[in-house]
Design a protein around this ligand. Structure first.
Ligand code: NAD
Ligand code: IPM
Ligand code: MN
Length: 390
């Protein structure tokens, strides 16, 4: 049982506030309460740096921010068998404005059960139906593509985040025998497909983007993705000012590599979005730089880097913290702190261009030092036009 969020652990790089937590509705000011789930492996390291940076920006803008660490992850699971504690979802909804998440995945938990319960559990139970994964090349030197510049690689993958092959519907028959059958159902609901495609069109409209591309595999998946086709055909009529098109997912993967400049907004199902977002991340310099937002536009949302727990580099001060930092910027945007978010993005751009980065981006800094550089830069620059109130 989760009595209160006071059960959260202290994590390197930040501490829980000692004051009693107010309920969101009683807060009275525009103070924001952020639940932090650093998780496993490099999730711990990059989250600590992200918080360091967010604190500096908050201070520079005169914002009140409180971070509360929750120790959900492999250590806790191995210690007491708890993955997502009872009451966790209600507590997050009640007490927090947003969630900052590191990564989950640990070689000691080969089933990945804790990640399924915590990360996928929160996506489903908080109904975070949008997984927004922006891809932006910050320096032409970083792309593995020849002759491509910042102008060519700037798009967003809008991934459906609550159904598809991730819904967990299926089972085994005669498990472990030579006659074994394993079934994994692909769940596509009209409501789910419609709201994610609509979100993509609305995103384009809101950001003045011209092009939306829906990608599916309706030539082979004749039921589930036929629904995507029909919903897309219906919705595109409502957004006549947006250029909308469709590509099968195999062609989409190819086109993203051949000419990424043709895309602004890509909308696709859960599994395809997972894969395309790693491909996109690599086009812009690698997983270490890629942020994401697991969003329900009307409710508490969760922000995380796209990468995982990277056991191969965990605990070595090698991980790039910029994906986590940019996830923090997405969180600020979501909270209405847009000037603060813009300041963070500008600092990340400066770090990348001036090579004050970790080795994956060609720099010589460790995780901590890359975080320190950003924090110092932002402390000096300040936030140009902080909103007094969102
Ligand atoms: P990964 O993203 O953890 O690592 C893939 C490769 O990218 C590795 O070589 C790693 O060293 C490198 N990398 C990743 N992030 C980096 C960073 N910030 N800086 C520098 N290099 C970085 O993916 P994986 O190895 O397939 O998975 C490892 C574990 O993470 C698995 O348990 C997997 O299930 C889990 N995972 C979790 C999430 C999540 O929590 N959202 C996402 C992806 C994978
Ligand atoms: C991601 C990850 C997760 C996913 C895993 C850890 C279940 O790869 O966030 O991209 O597939 O969604
Ligand atoms: Mn992934």
């Amino acid at each position: 049982m989760l009595a209160s969020r006071r059960t959260g652990a202290t994590v390197d790089g930040f501490q829980e506030s000692s004051r009693t937590v107010k309920e969101k509705s009683q807060a009275g000011t525009d103070a924001k309460h952020i639940a932090v789930i650093p998780g496993d492996g490099i999730g711990q390291e990059v989250t600590a740096e992200a918080i360091k940076v967010l604190r500096v920006v908050g201070r520079a803008a005169g914002r009140e921010l409180e971070f509360v660490a929750l120790d959900w992850g492999a250590d806790r699971y191995l210690r007491d068998g708890v993955t997502l504690p009872e009451g966790a979802v209600e507590m997050l909804r009640r007490e927090f404005d947003a969630i900052l998440f590191g990564a989950l995945g640990d070689p000691r938990v080969p089933s990945n059960q804790h990640a399924a319960d915590i990360l996928l559990g929160l996506r489903f139970k908080l109904d975070l139906y949008v997984n927004a994964r922006p891809v932006e090349l910050l320096d032409a030197l970083l792309t593995p593509l020849r002759d491509r510049t910042e102008r060519d690689i700037r798009f967003i993958v809008i991934r459906e985040n609550t159904e598809g092959l991730y819904a967990g519907v299926g089972g085994f028959f005669k498990k472990g025998t030579p006659d074994e059958v394993a079934v994994q159902e692909d769940i596509n609901t009209r409501k789910g497909v419609e709201r994610i495609i609509r979100y993509a069109f609305e995103y384009a409209r809101r950001h003045g983007l011209r092009r939306v591309c829906m990608s599916d595999k309706s030539n082979a998946l004749a039921y589930g993705h036929d629904l995507w086709q029909r919903v897309f055909a219906q919705l595109r009529k409502e957004y006549a000012e947006v250029e909308s098109r469709h590509l099968y997912i195999d062609t989409m993967a190819m086109e993203l590599v051949r000419d990424p400049g043709q895309f602004d907004v890509i909308v696709t199902c859960n599994l395809f979005g997972d894969i395309l977002s790693d491909l996109g991340a690599q086009l812009a310099g690698g997983l270490g730089l890629a942020p994401s937002g697991n969003i329900n536009p009307e409710a508490v949302s969760l922000f995380e880097p796209v990468h995982g727990s990277a056991p191969n580099i965990a605990g070595k001060n090698l991980a790039n913290p910029l994906g986590a930092v940019l996830a923090g910027a997405m969180m600020f945007d979501h909270l209405g702190w847009t000037a603060e978010a813009a300041a963070i993005r500008e600092a990340v751009r400066a770090a990348v261009r001036q090579k004050h980065t970790t080795a994956d981006l060609g720099g010589t800094l460790g995780t901590h030092e890359a975080g320190d550089w950003l924090a110092n830069y932002l402390a000096k620059q300040g936030v140009s036009s902080p909103g007094a109130r969102p």
